[in-house]
Design a protein around this ligand. Sequence first.
Ligand code: NAD
Length: 259
Amino acid sequence: MDLGLKGKTALVCAASKGLGKGCAFSLAREGVNVTILARGREALEATADEIRKATGVKVTVVATDITTEAGRKEALAACPSPDILINNAGGPPPGDFREFTHDMWIAALEANMLTPIDLIKSTVDGMIARKFGRIVNITSSAVKSPVDILGLSNGARSGLTGFVAGVARKTVAHNVTINNLLPGLFDTDRLKSSSAAAAKMQGKPVEEVHATRKNTVPAGRFGHPDEFGDACAYLCSKQAGYITGMNFLIDGGAYPGTF
Ligand code: NAD
């Protein structure tokens, strides 16, 4: 299927590795020129080279922290009028909610709620004026199926989800859609570090914890970032203009509910 995205521009946040990289790659394969952003320049440049060699699209890099106002300014200076915005940032740390400080809550809200809202605010009117826009927020399966030790993530991402539910109904008449993609367990650095944290809390070897997590997934494996990226590219396609305000789980069948 031709997704109708050739020549469009995308700003893909937190994209040197993992799910953000998967999204940038899938969009680039469709001919989208991508601006990719992450804090560390080295990994970012390596990913940019990989994407250029594989797809031939224009790739711009911005080495910055998207959770800061200065970082968002840099991102928008490099890509002032994106047709596509992929909101993503690192996830908050796990822990017992009794130990989460006020500052930790503010950091989680900045990264996983207020930063995407700010970027939506900065880009959506341009998309409306151009009569095309696709915004995808990478959230988490924890929004539908909360994980006890991820209270910061459960809370902050639910706030973003509530905001999106309202605004996505206001933009769709202009062919601007806003949706959330909810990853289950995907094979990324984040997954490895969360297994390491869980192993420490449970006093078990990390290999055992990692294998146990894999066994909880009906697919019998972790997801691949390319699978996530391709779903994201579809949500950004010209065909997906009638899909807005939705929360899509991609979790290998892990969510146990009927709906
Ligand atoms: P990852 O650690 O593999 O990659 C994260 C990317 O984000 C890297 O490129 C990193 O440089 C960049 N990044 C992190 N903080 C940033 C910041 N402040 N500014 C700019 N760039 C930043 O992580 P991932 O597995 O791809 O996860 C992406 C998001 O999805 C996270 O919020 C994570 O919590 C969430 N998530 C992941 C999984 C999973 O199984 N991998 C499951 C549920 C939710």
